[in-house]
Write a protein that binds this ligand. Structure first.
Ligand code: NOJ
Length: 721
């Protein structure tokens, strides 16, 4: 397609249409997809809507084809629509929420899952997914932590790039490749008080050092699109933030893909008090660098006036339209506007056994064994098992924002256990509901009786999928009074109890961690969650996930994360409440969290030994090898995630107490040991210095290798230029 020629023939209205994205409801009145956010009046006519260049929120190849046919027939230049959708953790076959995927520390698995999701989405007509979400998350009150791979910039960047590779394949050339859109640029994960859409205030140092690297990794990986966030950064909403969109994204990082606003974000700048009118909002967003406006039409309505007044230029509009047309062209839509959409392949691929097996493995590897007094794994010879709690037989475990995923396709823990132990007697009761703040336990006595009679109890607690995700921030992170009382009584009745925790964020489970013999968090595990949980509990699979986000000891510690800066007045023992004043303490809680980043148990014990460095002095341009021996002292084959952290001991700005710089996931048979070798270079030591440079400074470093962020072997070296 000769895009330049097409552009030269288009009217201004047609061009502006390409820069406007509308919900499928504007094209197909009976569309069944979710509408997120306020779909208030856009002040455009049905005729205007037909000029729109892209669509979001539709479900299925059939819908897509009908919408595409009618758009092409009615558009003056018969330009096909781009179809975009939030494919966050699977399309129809759902894998765990991204926070859980973060716990896999597994780039290959993440890439495979994204590829599978992209394929299912592509045959349903999706061209672009609004994923991955690279917001760094350190405050569990924020409901959207579930969409991120966690609190660490290094882990997020590596997994974010893996998502992009999985979706986009080799430059979008494959039939099932879809374009990725990284979001929400920038720092959406740090809203004040953990409340969604709230302001973000942070230094440019913190922004560049910790919050931007994840998005940058996706840009470097070739992500096609980027979405500015709703929040303000330094007082300016990202949608109109020139520092972010123009200076950093376009100029410093050289990004030339499409910038698409978030839902209705242009007009929300009026509510923010940055734009006085919708027309001002269009001017601000376009001049900052936005191309497509999602679910509002201020560009469409006011760009002509703005052009006449000299506030924007025709070159700006043409550049943005070209980006959109070029993506359509590269995806082959002018030749084949349906692209991979195909009802027959939908039927074959969605929920096929291969995809179920993949998401089952993902759910197993994303689960984190937080505690185990030795009750797990349960024996498969047990005669009587009780599966108790509000999530025992709950199908709503696919997780928030599972796109075309359906609760009815999910395997519950109860069915997973029944399938794995066909000869056992498996009794069940929810005991109480999963409602937030629930106080009633209608079936308490029965639950206790079942627990007494059983050889082992699986207690399924947590928070429901709709209690996390967009707009769902929480001020308290504890389990409801009813769930806690159920736990006390059931555990009291039977000490052979393991808790399975369903959660979209780290919860405050401090009391539970004291009384429960074992706790396995499966997050919001997706379609195969129940099978994965059963296999883990009964030893068909061995837990290997490590926390991608810290579990606070109490709500008041939020935000909390392992890689914090050191203070001039540290407490002596951060694990205990101290009576001493004038140090960085809480009077009523320890400083340390309940479970740290990188924590996660296995049915094996892995020992770490022989931490050796190839040199004491690393010179610029050279390499330092860090070697460690890891031994599986247990009875089972298992995977261990070996983590490498560094600390810059003295620098021109205070550096974090430790920072993840590398990791390796290894598999060891019982009794087997392996040497794991990491390589560090100057690049790994760089940071934003006091003078604003991104550089490594000469001096002493500590290197730490271990099984979690607080269980490490240590060595030191010096860096010299
Ligand atoms: C709003 C959300 O913030 C964003 O993540 C999503 O992609 C859009 N709505 C479209 O659904």
């Amino acid at each position: 397609m000769d895009i330049q020629k097409l552009l030269s023939e288009m009217t201004l209205e047609e061009k502006l249409g390409q820069l406007t994205q509308l919900n499928a409801i504007f094209f197909k009145k009976d569309n069944t997809a979710d509408i997120t956010g306020p779909a208030s009046k856009l002040h455009i006519t049905e005729q205007d809507a037909l000029l729109s260049g892209s669509v979001l929120n539709f479900i299925g190849a059939k819908d897509m084809k009908e919408i595409q046919d009618s758009a092409i027939a009615q558009q003056p230049h018969h330009i096909p629509l781009l179809f975009m959708q939030d494919v966050i953790h699977g399309y129809r076959t759902i894998y765990p929420i991204p926070l859980g995927m973060g716990c896999t520390f597994d780039e290959e698995l993440v890439e495979d899952c994204a590829r599978m999701a992209g394929k299912e989405a592509a045959v349903s007509g999706v061209h672009v997914t609004f994923s991955p979400m690279l917001d760094l998350v350190r405050d569990a009150r924020w409901g959207r932590v579930m969409e991120s791979t966690g609190e660490d910039p290094h882990l997020n960047g590596r997994l974010g790039a893996a998502f992009v590779r999985g979706y986009q394949g080799d430059d979008l050339k494959g039939k099932y490749d879809i374009a990725a859109c990284v979001k929400h640029f920038a720092a959406y994960g740090a809203p004040e008080a953990g409340r969604d859409y709230n302001a973000v205030e942070m230094s440019e140092h913190a922004l560049r050092e910790y919050y931007l690297p994840g998005y940058r990794a996706c840009v470097d990986e070739g992500v096609e699109m980027i979405m500015p966030s709703f929040n303000t950064v330094g007082g300016v909403p990202s949608t109109a933030n020139k520092l972010l969109l123009d200076q950093i994204l376009r100029r410093e990082w050289g990004f030339d893909g499409i910038v698409i606003s978030d839902y209705n974000a242009y007009r929300e700048m009026v509510k923010h008090g940055l734009a006085e009118t919708d027309k001002d909002a269009a001017e601000l967003a376009m001049n900052a660098g936005c191309d497509i406006e999602m679910m509002s039409a201020t560009t469409y309505l006011y760009a002509k006036q703005l052009l006449d007044e000299g506030k924007i230029t025709m070159e700006q509009i043409d550049r943005a339209v070209l980006r959109v047309l070029e993506l359509k062209d590269r995806m082959g839509l002018f030749e084949n506007p349906y692209r991979a959409a195909n009802e027959k392949e939908e039927a074959e691929l969605h929920l096929c056994e291969e995809h179920r097996a993949l998401v089952r493995r993902a759910a197993e590897e994303a689960s984190v064994l937080l505690k185990n007094d030795g009750v797990l794994p349960f024996s498969k010879d047990l005669k009587k098992v009780a599966v108790i709690g509000p999530f025992a037989a709950e199908k709503g475990i696919k997780g928030f924002w599972a796109c075309a995923g359906r609760d009815e396709d999910c395997v519950t823990v109860l069915s997973g256990v029944r399938q794995l132990l066909p000869d056992a007697e498996v009794a069940t009761t929810p005991g109480c509901s999963w409602e937030l703040g629930e106080t009633e336990i209608p079936d308490l006595e029965n639950a206790v009786e079942l627990a007494c009679e059983a050889d082992a109890v699986i207690l399924c607690l947590g928070e429901y999928q709709k209690h996390t995700g967009e707009g769902n921030s929480r001020a308290t992170l504890t389990l409801s009074p009813a769930q806690m009382e159920l736990a006390r009584r059931v555990i009291d009745a039977n000490k052979n109890t393991a808790v399975v925790l369903f959660n979209g964020r780290p919860l405050v489970i401090t009391e539970l961690a004291e009384i429960a013999p074992a706790i396995l968090t499966v997050w919001q595990p997706g379609t195969e969650g129940g099978n994965a949980a059963a296999r883990l509990l009964f030893g068909d699979a061995n837990p290997c996930g490590k926390l991608s986000m810290t579990f606070p000891y109490t709500d008041g510690q939020c935000p909390i994360y392992y890689s914090h800066n050191s203070t001039g007045r540290p407490v002596k023992n951060p694990k205990e409440i101290t009576q001493n004043g004038y140090c960085s303490r809480y009077m009523d809680a320890p400083v340390d969290p309940l479970y740290v980043f990188g924590h996660g148990l296995s049915y094996n014990t892995y020992t770490y030994d022989n931490l050796t460095l190839s040199t004491d002095v690393l010179h610029a341009g050279e390499e330092l090898e860090v070697a460690v021996t890891v031994k599986n002292e247990g009875k089972y084959t298992g995977k261990e995630i070996v983590q490498l952290y560094i600390r810059d001991k003295f620098a021109s700005v205070v550096r974090p107490v430790k920072e993840l710089r590398d990791f390796a996931k290894i598999e060891l048979d019982a009794g087997e040991s392996a040497a794991v070798i990491f390589t560090l270079t100057e690049e790994d030591l760089k940071f934003h210095t006091a003078s604003g440079a991104f550089a490594a400074e000469t001096g002493d470093f500590e290197v730490m290798v271990g099984s979690s962020s607080d269980d490490v072997l240590k060595a030191t070296f010096r860096f010299e230029k």
